[in-house]
Design a protein around this ligand. Structure first.
Ligand code: GDP
Length: 137
């Protein structure tokens, strides 16, 4: 069993598609092991995306991620990291395959509906960044 961190970003929360996105996970064998709705501030969002600090879009990314509440989750299942990435689709929704979350619910490369850990190493860091051990059940 593998675990991965998923975030439903502010655009998708505002649109009211939390339930539809969670349904994609549960219908595809991913169990919700932890979940909370939170408002990120600059420090928490900036720390989460620290690896992108030098990128030209870092400021935009932090300001988007703090523009409204997000839902953070730990998804658990066989091959959870890859499975979640496949369900999400490409970073740019215009390039995302039909039927993926980003193709169906996202508008642009910054407002792209969801985040998912991209490796076992980042999953471990990202889960710890948002959840204590006794919140992952
Ligand atoms: P992901 O793993 O598919 O989320 O993509 P990355 O880790 O490469 O980028 C993190 C997030 O930064 C993406 O989900 C986008 O929201 C945002 N992002 C990536 N590239 C760009 C860009 O060129 N412009 C803007 N505004 N945002 C970007």
């Amino acid at each position: 069993m593998e675990q991965t961190l998923s975030i439903i970003k502010p655009d998708a929360v505002k649109k009211g598609v939390i339930g539809k996105i969670i349904d994609r996970f549960e219908s595809n064998g991913l169990r919700i092991a932890a979940m909370k709705k939170i408002q990120l501030d600059d420090e928490k969002a900036g720390g989460f995306y620290a690896e992108h600090k030098e990128r030209p879009f870092f400021g935009e990314l932090v300001s988007f991620m703090t523009s409204g509440p997000v839902v953070v989750m730990v998804l658990e299942g066989e091959d959870a990291i890859m499975k979640n990435r496949n369900l999400m689709g490409a970073t740019n929704p215009k390039e995302a395959e039909a039927g993926t979350i980003r193709a169906d619910f996202a508008e642009s490369i910054d407002a792209n509906a969801v985040h998912g850990s991209d490796s076992a190493q980042s999953a471990e860091r990202e889960i710890k960044y948002f959840f204590s051990e006794n919140e992952v059940l």
